[in-house]
Write a protein that binds this ligand. Structure first.
Ligand code: COA
Length: 377
């Protein structure tokens, strides 16, 4: 009998750089104050990458404890998704570096959807597992967003910080993992949060540096308005899609962009603010690492337990947003069982057939070349 597959969050980990920049530190750099930043954003300090931190090294540091907790090693992974807007290089995708550094032997891709990236990644990974295509998937949010921050621009430099967080998903037969999701995009607002140069439209030039066009430019008020609206609307829709009511959610984990956006969201949802997890005071906005980092810390602090229902929402450049309703814990399918699920068995058989055919073709290649040479002569 067909049994529905779920994608259980089976392991998690985080990495935050050691170097702290406080609001007091920023007072020395731009015309701002601890009071203004605290009141307008809720942020007290943020972490900035150390000399040895790269996007890939941070992603790996967050992934290793996640794999260990899930009882897996890197070779057990079927797919790696690294979500980021600040990869080590424009090419290659940082996901391949992470795959190599972990010693995994599977597909890997980089996913970019602004600060919503990791939630997009979680929904994508869930779909692969639910379809029976893959069993074990690593989803990482890793961000060194400070590289694109102008530390003379008081509007942006107070907001952002660096961090990484990761989860491992495994198949389960019990309702767990992502129960419903919504992925959203409104590209008409692309210029509200924008890096003008460094892409193919405006490659980097001397003018880029002169005019600071390689930094993040933000229309804070526009993003604020968008976010305040979309948070409650998308949460309500996604919770309803899971067959639940806002009161059924044990903990809300919002993108840590601005405490006032969270206040507005809680009010519109008619939910107590205490149900909205916040660690913005410690890290600021860590872009796509923000939601998984908050989730990991909520778990570490015992704010979440097996069976709890969690609603997570992120928003950011694009403008994009992404929302998931997740149930924690419960049940796992043994690898042998999932291996012989129909979809997976067909997939394994197809891969084996292709491998054999590839091998035969490779072996025959010198013979073809030899025959063609004889023909040409
Ligand atoms: N310190 C002191 N003053 C500052 C400041 C800072 N760090 N940043 C801006 N200001 C000033 C402005 O220049 C403005 O001064 P003016 O009235 O003399 O022109 C004043 O504060 C009010 O600016 P405003 O933009 O209306 O402030 P705000 O209350 O909207 O707060 C943000 C600004 C950026 C904190 C807020 O708009 C925000 O959080 N937006 C969303 C940003 C976001 O989430 N981005 C990431 C999405 S992933």
């Amino acid at each position: 009998m067909f049994k529905e597959r779920y994608a259980k969050i089976s392991g998690w980990g985080k990495y935050v750089p050691e170097h702290v920049i406080t609001n007091k530190d920023l007072e020395k750099m731009v015309d701002t104050s601890d009071e203004w930043i605290t009141q307008r954003t809720g942020i007290k300090e943020r972490r900035i990458r150390g000399e040895n931190d790269t996007n890939s090294s941070m992603a790996v540091a967050a992934s290793l404890p996640a794999l260990e907790m899930a009882g897996l090693t890197a070779v057990d992974l079927d797919l790696i998704i690294v979500c980021t807007s600040s990869p080590d290089y424009l090419l290659p995708p940082v996901s391949s570096q992470v795959q190599d550094m972990l010693g995994a032997n599977c597909g890997a891709f980089q996913l970019t959807a602004g600060c919503s990236g990791w939630v997009y990644g979680l929904a994508t990974a869930t779909s692969f597992i639910k379809s029976g295509m893959y069993n074990n998937i690593l989803v990482v949010g890793s961000e060194i967003i400070s590289f694109a921050i102008d530390y003379t621009d008081r509007q942006t430099c107070v907001l952002f910080g660096d961090a990484a967080a990761a989860v491992v998903l495994k198949p389960s037969e019990e309702p767990s993992g992502v129960l419903s999701f919504e992925l959203g995009s409104d590209g008409s607002e692309y210029d509200a949060l924008h890096v003008y140069d460094g892409g193919s439209t405006n490659p980097v030039s001397a003018i880029t540096y002169e005019q600071g066009r390689h930094y993040i430019h933000m229309d804070g008020r526009r993003v604020f308005k968008f976010a305040s609206r979309v948070v409650a609307q998308s949460l309500k829709r996604t919770i309803a899609d899971a067959g639940l009511f806002p009161d059924d959610i044990d903990l809300y984990i919002p993108h840590q962009a601005n405490a006032r956006i969270v206040d507005a969201g809680a009010r519109l949802m008619r939910q107590p603010l205490e149900k909205f997890y916040m660690n913005i005071h410690k890290y600021g906005n860590t872009s796509t690492a923000s939601v998984p980092l908050a989730m990991v810390e909520a778990l570490e602090e015992g704010r979440l337990k097996e069976g709890d229902k969690v609603a997570m929402i992120a928003f950011g450049a694009g403008l994009t947003w992404a929302t998931v309703v997740v149930q924690l814990g419960v049940g796992e399918i043994s690898p042998a069982h999932s291996l012989f699920s129909t979809g997976r068995a067909q997939y394994v058989a197809k891969r084996a057939r292709e491998t054999v055919l590839d091998g035969v073709q490779a072996a025959l290649l010198p013979l073809y070349t030899f025959i063609e040479r004889i023909r040409d002569n």
